[in-house]
Each structure stands twice: as structure tokens, then as C-alpha cells.
Design a binder for this molecule. Structure first.
Ligand code: ATP
Ligand code: MG
Length: 565
């Protein structure tokens, strides 16, 4: 199916710009992550937008590492970000840039501003600068250093670079307007001293540019035409434009803000994600419960599903929270089409078919996909002893329970009808240990020649001919839809809302023998249970381990049906 062309408000602007031949008809975007953490699903929205626009308009999209704050940045994050962008399906070819490569150029730009009387060295302490800043209702107070001569500022700035001063002793500030209603325009800090080595430039620098100074200039240096960022930067736009105007850069990109993605039942700030990792509340950045791309990849989400999700949520100008159900719906939709089917029993209950010969096995043919014969079929072994799911059997079954119960008959998927004859319990605990059944040999393949109907079809595996596996079931990482806001309300840490039951490990699962060879990362629909993926990290030849990607139940689709959408 051909995709309808996206017509979000940003594409509308770009189309108009092209018609007016703005930027000589070029479209150049960039995705600018700071390498201080792993990418999350919010970043995926920005990646799909920036790379998607470049593709739609035959333009370019740069991958730029916005690495101007050395604390917390590392090459590990650079590599992880690159792997994630590629996995999501985007390629930047040789368009890989680092803001840290512009440090000298940015420094020269700063000198230029000082010389033009547009920036000065301020020697107030960070606290004093904050106090002078004023509030939304009160104008700021001018710094006593505001009228420092360009010569003095130049001299101090050079000495700051040379490492003569301690952190916080001086900063470079733009000379704009301390009474501006926009706090960002009240002589913002452009450079600070930070005696921290940088993962790329080592100790070559001890002054680093602030985001507002580095970002617009990096965009201009790279010839970006449309600089897309999230809404919270709306009030930074006048500063973005002021810096480029004052420096008369040959290229002046247009900053356009869009709503960031917020997703229910998770958090999306790198600081919070780093907190979860640091406190050991998850196994790492790629824990399958994390909203990171690395976590989702390990969990078994497909890049196609994530791209579809990003398309479905669209790009708008007002902040909102997207329901986690929509993301899961997109994952389910994609897997339903592409994941081969298999049978697996997560909580096994032994079934013995008394009238089936003990030494006999036979094989049943099962299609790998009910709607796609092209996906082929496989053989499933059947024997006297089987496993079924514990909750497919009830000893004292109410009328509405259609699965197996004493005296009742069900269909074993692809195999035979069986009828429960006897329940064996542990004498001490009373726990059901096995159930005895009879099978009807006339129902081979799952259909009775007399057209007799059964009310349920259940899945099963052969007891002697199955593969043992461990299965990890994941639930929401948080117990509340918006952990950040709830924590603020309650005056607690957001980590107080981590769901203690977000991981359940089942260690004695039984799966079809064919799955013993399943490659790490491969995905299946376990019939009647959900979608599962061979864990690419902890699964091994000796111990097969599956992650539950998502359940089969699709409340999102049901909600849409109800709403008539
Ligand atoms: P965080 O708040 O998680 O630290 P960030 O914005 O500081 O995120 P960056 O690495 O600077 O992280 O982000 C790179 C790009 O991704 C930026 O252009 C940013 O606007 C965009 N981005 C980050 N989070 C989201 C989000 N939730 N939705 C959409 N875009 C996002
Ligand atoms: Mg940032």
C-alpha cells in the first residue's frame, strides 16, 4: 500500500519555502543528539521527522553529535546512537558531524561578538547571575561588568581559554537586554569555564560554549535550512536568530518547533533514564522495559513498527501524551503480518493420553502463518504425554468455561480431540500434577468425521519431544501513566512509581522442538499467548530464553472500534 504523503505543518512550511526558492531550493535538516545517553522513542520521532523530510524533498540530513558539554558525554553513547539510527532504518552516509569539531570556529565567532561590543566577560558568580536575571514579571538587573571594554573582555576571554581561572570565575555573556520580556535575551551566558576533559578534544579546551551559542552556529556552519526542535526551545528562537544576525553568517537556518513525544507509563528524559540505570532498577539502557531504542530492539520491537508509530502520531505544535497502547498496537500489527506462529506452553500441566500407545509418535503439519502460505509449514511431534497450559484446565469448571475440564472434550490444535477422564493430585499439597485423557483417533488433524463440535481449541507441546525455555514477561515499567507529574504531586522521586511486577520470569516453559534452533532476535507468535523474541543477549544454545514482546490483546484496536474510527 502506498503511503499517503505526509502534510504536517513543517512540510507545509518547507513546501512554501521551496516554492519561494528560499535557501536556493535546498532542504537540509539534521538530527542533533547529545551523546550523554541512549536514544529513546522520543528521539525516534525526531529522527523520522528529520530524515523523513530529507528523503521526501531529496534533501540531506546530517547526524550531528551535539557534544559541547563534556560531563557525561562518551564514545560509548556515540556508538550506541549510530547503531540505533541505522537500526531504525536511516543512513547519513558521510554526513556525520561533531559540534566539538567546531570549537575553534565557535571561539572565533565569540571573539567577533566581543569585538563588535555584543558580548562581554562577566565576573559575577553563577548565583549572582541568577539573582540579577529577574523573573517573568520583573526585569533583570544589569551586571556591574556589562560595560567592560572589548579590550578587557578579549584579554579575559583569552586567559579563560588559557586556563588561568577557576570554574565559575568568569563567563562570556551576550550584551542584549536585561529588561527583555524573554528571559533568554537577558544577557545570556555564551561560554563558561569547565575544567573537565572532553571525550574527543581531551584537555585542549577548558571553556565550552553553551547550547544556545553552539547550536545555531553549528546549524549555520553545516548549511542547515530547517532546524527542527522541540517546543521548549520556542523561547530560545529569538536568541538563535540574534546570534546568527549579529555574526552575519552566510547561512541562517529557520528554527521550527514541534511537540515532543510523551508516552504514558514511561519516562523520556535521559536524566531519568540514566537514574533508572544508575540505581539498578533496570538491567541497563537496553533493558527490554526501557523506552530506549536499544531496549525496544532487545525486547523484539521492529524498526518498521516504530516508524509506523511515528507516522501515526504525526507532528503537531501542541504537547500531548500518547497512549502506550498505540505503540503496542503498531508492534502487534507488524508482527501479526510477519511473525511465524509456534506453540509454546508457559505454565505447563502434564497430560497423559491413556489410549495412545506409549511408544508411538506422529507428526502434524502446521502452517507457519495462517494467512500467508508463502511462509511454509513445519512438523510438530505428537506423543502420549503432552503439556498444556495450566489455565486451560479447570477441575470445577463453571458453565462458561469452554476449555478442558473433567468429562469435557476439546481440540488440540492441529492434532486430535481429547477428553479429560481423570485428575491426579499431589497427596500432600492437593496440587494437580497431571491429568489423564483419552483421544479420538477419528479426529486426526482436529476434525471429527461426525461433525461433532468442540467449544475450544487449545495449544500443546509433546512432553518428551519439546524444548525447555525460559520466558520473561514484561509489564509497564511504571504503575502510573505519568510518573514525572505524579512524583511532583506527591513530593517523591519518580522512581517510587516503578512497577515492582514489571518483570516476571518463567523458568520451566516448554516450546516446540523446532525452536531450539531459533536465532537470537527472531520473533514468533506463540499461539494464543502473544509475540515473543529470542533474547539476543541472554539466550544461548544451552538455555533458550524468550522475551514477551507484546500480548495478543489489542485494547487500542478495540477502543477505535468502539469510537467508530
Ligand atoms: P532529554 O530530555 O531526554 O535529555 P534531549 O532533548 O536533551 O532529551 P538530545 O540528545 O539533545 O536530547 O536530543 C536530540 C534531538 O532529539 C533534539 O533535536 C530533540 O529535540 C529531539 N528529542 C528529544 N526528545 C524528544 C522527544 N521526546 N520527542 C521528540 N523529539 C525529541
Ligand atoms: Mg538536549
Amino acid at each position: 500500500m502506498a503511503k499517503p504523503p505526509s502534510t504536517d505543518f513543517i512540510r507545509v512550511i518547507i513546501t512554501k519555502d521551496l516554492q519561494a526558492n528560499k535557501h536556493d531550493g535546498r532542504v537540509a535538516t539534521r538530527f542533533p543528539p547529545e551523546p550523554n545517553g541512549y536514544l529513546h522513542i522520543g528521539h525516534a520521532k525526531s529522527i523520522c521527522l528529520n530524515f523523513g523530510i530529507a528523503a521526501d524533498y531529496k534533501g540531506t540530513c546530517n547526524l550531528r553529535f551535539d557534544d559541547t558539554d563534556p560531563s557525561g558525554e562518551s564514545i560509548e553513547y556515540v556508538d550506541a546512537i549510530k547503531a540505533d539510527v541505522r537500526w531504525l532504518g536511516f543512513e547519513w552516509n558521510d554526513r556525520e558531524f561533531f559540534a566539538s569539531d567546531y570549537f575553534e570556529q565557535l571561539y572565533q565567532y565569540a571573539l567577533q561578538l566581543i569585538k563588535a561590543g555584543k558580548a562581554y566577560i562577566c565576573s559575577l558568580s553563577p548565583d549572582e547571575i541568577r539573582e540579577h536575571r529577574g523573573t517573568l514579571t520583573e526585569p533583570g538587573k544589569e551586571s556591574p561588568y556589562r560595560n567592560r571594554s572589548a579590550e578587557e573582555s578579549l584579554d579575559l576571554f583569552e586567559r579563560m581559554r588559557a586556563g588561568e581561572f577557576a570554574d565559575g570565575a568568569h563567563v562570556l555573556r551576550a550584551r542584549i537586554d536585561m529588561a527583555s520580556p524573554n528571559l533568554n535575551m537577558r544577557d545570556p551566558v555564551l561560554y563558561r569555564i569547565k575544567k573537565v576533559p572532553h571525550y574527543r578534544t581531551g584537555d585542549q579546551w577548558c571553556i565550552y560554549p553553551m547550547y544556545d551559542f553552539a547550536h545555531c552556529l553549528s546549524d549555520a556552519i553545516e548549511g542547515i535550512t530547517h532546524s527542527l526542535c522541540t517546543l521548549e526551545f520556542e523561547n530560545n528562537r529569538p536568541l538563535y536568530d540574534w546570534i546568527l544576525d549579529e555574526l552575519k553568517t552566510p547561512c541562517h537556518p529557520q528554527q521550527i518547533e514541534f511537540a515532543r513525544l510523551n508516552l504514558s507509563y514511561t519516562v523520556m528524559s535521559k536524566r531519568m533514564l540514566a537514574d533508572l540505570v544508575g540505581k539498578g532498577l533496570v538491567s541497563g539502557w537496553s533493558d527490554p522495559r526501557m523506552p530506549t531504542l536499544a531496549g525496544m530492539r532487545r525486547r523484539g520491537y521492529t524498526p518498521d513498527a516504530i516508524r509506523t508509530f511515528c507516522e501515526r502520531i504525526g507532528v503537531a505544535k501542541n504537547d500531548s501524551v500518547v497512549d502506550m497502547e498505540l505503540l503496542e498496537h503498531c508492534v502487534r500489527d507488524d508482527l501479526n503480518e510477519h511473525a511465524p506462529r509456534a506453540m509454546a506452553v508457559l505454565r505447563p500441566l502434564k497430560v497423559i493420553i491413556d489410549n495412545y500407545p506409549a511408544d508411538k509418535t506422529e507428526e502434524f503439519d502446521a502452517p507457519n502463518h495462517p494467512q500467508d502460505p508463502g511462509m511454509g509449514s513445519r512438523k510438530i511431534p505428537f506423543s502420549r504425554e503432552l503439556y498444556i497450559e495450566q489455565d486451560d484446565f479447570l477441575e470445577d469448571a463453571p458453565k462458561k468455561f469452554f476449555r478442558l475440564a473433567p468429562g469435557r472434550e476439546v481440540r488440540l490444535r492441529y492434532a486430535y480431540f481429547i477428553k479429560c477422564e481423570q485428575v491426579i493430585k499431589d497427596k500432600k499439597t492437593g496440587e494437580i500434577t497431571e491429568i489423564h485423557c483419552t483421544y479420538d483417533p477419528e479426529t486426526r488433524g482436529g476434525y471429527a468425521p461426525d461433525n461433532r463440535k468442540v467449544k475450544a481449541t487449545i495449544h500443546w507441546v509433546s512432553a518428551p519431544l519439546c524444548q525447555e525455555a525460559e520466558v520473561r514477561l514484561y509489564d509497564r515499567l511504571f504503575t502510573v501513566a505519568n510518573p514525572g507529574a505524579e512524583a511532583e504531586k506527591a513530593g517523591t522521586e519518580f522512581t517510587a512509581f516503578v512497577n515492582p511486577d514489571s518483570l516476571e520470569t518463567l523458568t520451566s516453559c516448554k516450546v516446540e522442538p523446532g525452536l531450539a534452533q531459533a536465532a537470537p532476535g527472531s520473533r514468533y507468535q506463540f499461539e494464543r499467548l502473544g509475540y515473543f523474541c529470542v533474547d539476543p543477549v541472554d539466550s544461548s544454545e544451552d538455555s533458550l530464553l524468550f522475551n514477551r514482546i507484546v500480548t495478543l490483546r489489542d485494547t487500542w484496536a478495540k477502543m477505535q472500534e468502539k469510537d467508530g474510527k
